[in-house]
Every structure is written in C-alpha cells, then in structure tokens.
Ligand binder design. Structure first.
Ligand code: HEM
Length: 406
C-alpha cells in the first residue's frame, strides 16, 4: 500500500491504518527492502561495506568518488526509506570517520543533494534518525523464522560489530513489544468516545501489559551490547551537529544551501511510542524537557507525528477517569502510569551503565583503549540529542509519576 493512499483510507475516526501504522509491526517499517534499483548501486555498495571502509579510513575518499545520482528513479515509500537509511549511515560515517578531532564542515554535493531531496520527500531531516537506524533497518535471516534476535540482522551497519547489531535489534524488539500498546491506545480513545467503562478498563490493562513487555525487551540490552564498545565505538556515530562542541558550526550541505545546518543525532527519544503514551496518559513534562521532546517529533516520519497529535486532540483520559470516580478505572490508569515509571527507571539504569559509568571507565583507562571515538568532555554529559542526560531523564520520569491518581 502506498503511503498516500493509506492516509486517505480513513475507515474509522481513529485507527492505526489512518496513520500508516502496521497492526503487526507498529511503527516498524514492515518487511523493508534490502536493495535499491541497480542505478543506485554506488550508494548500496558503500552502505553495505561501512564498518570496513571506516576502520580503514577510506570512507571519505570513496564518497568523493561517488557519482551524483538523481533521485527520480526511486519508486515508492520503501525505496525512499532504504535510500534514506543508506545515505544516513554513509553521512554519519563520513562525518565521524576520524573521531571528534578531524570533523568536516561540508558534506559533499554528490551525497548532500540527493540525501536532502530524499529527506524532503519523506518529511525527515537529513541526518540519521531512529526511523532509519531501527525502524527501517532489519531483515530476517530465515524468512519463515521468528522475529527473534537470532533470526534478525540489520541491513546496514557501522563500526561496533555484534554490540551495534544488538543495540539496533534490542531497540527493535522494544518497538515490537509496544505494538499491543498502540492498539490499546486506539481502543482507549474508542472507549472514551463511546463512554464504555468496560472497554476502557480492558484497553488500559492491555496498555500496562505492553509497557511491561517493553521493559522485559529492554533488559536484553545487557546480553547483546558491551558498554565499553557502545561508549568508545558506537556512540559517536549517532551524534549530531546541533549543540555539539565538536561541530559548533553545524554542517554545510553542499549544493543545498550555503549556510550550515544543525541537526540532533539519532536517539530513541525520536521513537513515537513514549510520546504517544505520554499524550494518552496526560503526562506533561517541564518546559525544558518538553521543548527537547517536542523537537524530537520533527525527527519522526510525519504520519507518526500526526498520530501523537491526534491523541492529543482526543478527549482527555485523565479528565474522564477523574469525573467517573470509578475505582477500577483509577486502578487501571495508575497501573499504566506505574509501569511507565518502571520502564523509564530501567532506561535510566541502562543510560547510567552505557553512558555515565562507561564514560568514567573510559577516562580511567586513559588513552590505553586507543579508541579514536572516545568523546571529549563536551560530549560526555550530553545525550546524542545534546541534552544534559541524567537530569533530563529523571525529570521526565518524575513528571510521569506526578500524574498518579491518589
Ligand atoms: C544502550 C541503550 C540506550 C542508551 C545508551 C540510551 C540513551 C539515551 C539518552 C542519552 C537519552 C537522552 C536524550 C538524548 O540524548 O537523545 C535517551 C532518551 C530516550 N531514550 Fe534511550 N537509550 C538506550 C536505549 C533505548 C531504548 C531501547 C529505548 C526504547 C525504544 C529508548 C527510549 C528513549 C526515550 C523514549 C527517550 C526520551 C526520554 C523519555 O521519554 O523517557 N532508549 N536515551
């Protein structure tokens, strides 16, 4: 189904289908393509060889030799998504190949022009986003096998080996665990419109169960991702050029505009799931946190962002529950909030291990680990999106707690 026809198909007032969200995969792109038409061979050849080219410091020269290709031969949403994925990975590798020390000021036009045009067509920014890294970057080893890590691989990669594979695929599994939760959102809104307490209770129960499953999926990060590799190899390739001391001027997209542009790096803060849950549950974040989170919505596929806005425009769940004074509904709502607090608390522990502690360890080892990619102190305290990490995450978690009905 083409994305535009999906938008027009509005059988129900509020449905996943209306926002091009899959019943089976949620925000994940169902069965992404792994190859582009032959004309785009030069992109895919580089994209599929990135870890090697970056490790050998050959990526920049390979990019300089790439022909400037026209995007007119890309057909349909899935080809555009694969092209965005490939050029995003190439761009991150190009910018960060030499670590923070020798960054570039200009993205050459043979990469910048088609990348920018594809981004415009998709309504995405010209930088690696969660929708590339995780949502459009998966394939099954055995097409008839299960959606389990052992049977999955990313389509394109960057340095970081098995840990990068794990980071991408565990995040994929968290997205997958959220699918019943997305269906529960639609049911909740339906139930509110119908004023159907039984249906509402049922939907909130499903939502809490789904959030619990997301936390379970997130726990697998420990099994598949090594914190030292995450910190010293992977993290820099997710960094952007907004509020980043290593690239204070941003990046010029040659042939697109003369002024440099600033974009935040890839982060699961760009995943639509928690934004959608927050809107449904009526969680309002502090001005500063909300400013960052709202900015991240511009890094989502536009139809996913529209889904969040539609939830916001729906009748208020919180108000409804307070008005009904129904104890069962109080309890079911609080259960959703409590499981979301648990998920956010668990996520804070993950960030503390993979960023804060890993940073302390990398510093203690000094130059001994010999990685080009250990961030300078300017990056350490900040997330890939440029936010001061821990206070931001605790603030967001605490605002979640605040909506508990007592
Ligand atoms: C090793 C694994 C992970 C690390 C190191 C990590 C790190 C971070 C950091 C540093 C931030 C702060 C904002 C930013 O810098 O962009 C953040 C925010 C966020 N991350 Fe993660 N993250 C990880 C895995 C995940 C996963 C698997 C998910 C779920 C899909 C997730 C969901 C979020 C969300 C939703 C936010 C925004 C804050 C919130 O709504 O609570 N993260 N993460």
């Amino acid at each position: 189904m083409d994305i535009n026809s999906a938008h027009q198909k509005t059988s129900k007032p509020f449905s996943l289908e209306k926002f091009y969200i899959s019943e089976e995969y949620g925000f994940i792109l169902p069965n992404p393509l792994t190859e582009l038409p032959e004309y785009y061979g030069p992109w895919m050849k580089i994209a599929k060889n990135l870890p090697h080219l970056i490790e050998k410091r050959q990526l920049r020269s390979e990019v300089h030799m790439m022909p400037e290709l026209n995007i007119q031969y890309l057909n349909g949403h899935r080809e555009l998504r694969l092209a965005h994925l490939a050029l995003s990975f190439i761009t991150m590798g190009y910018v960060w190949q030499e670590g923070e020390q020798s960054t570039v000021k200009v993205l050459p036009r043979n990469l910048a022009v088609p990348y920018y045009e594809i981004s415009q067509t998709l309504g995405l920014p010209p930088i690696l986003v969660h929708a590339d890294l995780v949502l459009a970057n998966w394939k099954k080893r055995n097409p008839n096998g299960p959606l389990k890590i052992e049977n999955l691989d990313p389509i394109v990669s960057l340095p970081g080996g098995e840990s990068l594979r794990g980071f991408i695929l565990v995040t994929f599994l968290v997205e997958l665990a959220a699918v019943p939760g997305l269906k529960a959102i639609v049911q909740t809104v339906d139930a509110l419109l119908q004023r159907n307490a039984k249906l509402l209770h049922h939907a909130l129960h499903d939502l809490a169960k789904s959030i619990e499953k997301m936390t379970e999926a997130l726990k697998q990060m420990h099994d598949y991702v090594d914190s030292e590799i995450f910190y010293t190899v992977i993290r820099i390739f997710l960094s952007g050029w907004k509020d980043n001391a290593a690239m204070p001027e941003g990046l010029v997209y040659e042939g697109v505009a003369e002024d440099p542009k600033a974009y935040s790096g890839g982060s699961a803060a760009q995943s639509t799931i928690l934004h959608a849950f927050d809107e449904l549950l009526g969680i309002s974040h502090s001005q500063e946190s909300a400013a960052f989170l709202h900015r991240m919505r511009d890094y989502m596929p536009p139809h996913h962002k529209a889904f969040i806005e539609e939830i916001n425009a729906s009748p208020s769940l919180q108000q409804h529950i307070l008005t009904t004074k129904n104890q069962q509904l109080f309890h079911a709502y609080n259960e959703c909030v409590a499981t979301l607090v648990k998920l956010r608390t668990y996520h804070i522990a993950i960030v503390s291990k993979y960023v804060s502690l890993a940073g302390v360890n990398a510093k203690a080892k000094g130059g001994k680990i010999g990685s080009l990619y250990v961030p300078s102190s300017a990056l350490e305290e900040r997330g890939t999106g440029g936010s001061p990490i821990m206070s931001f995450l605790k603030n967001v978690r605490d605002a979640t707690k605040d909506v508990m009905i007592s």
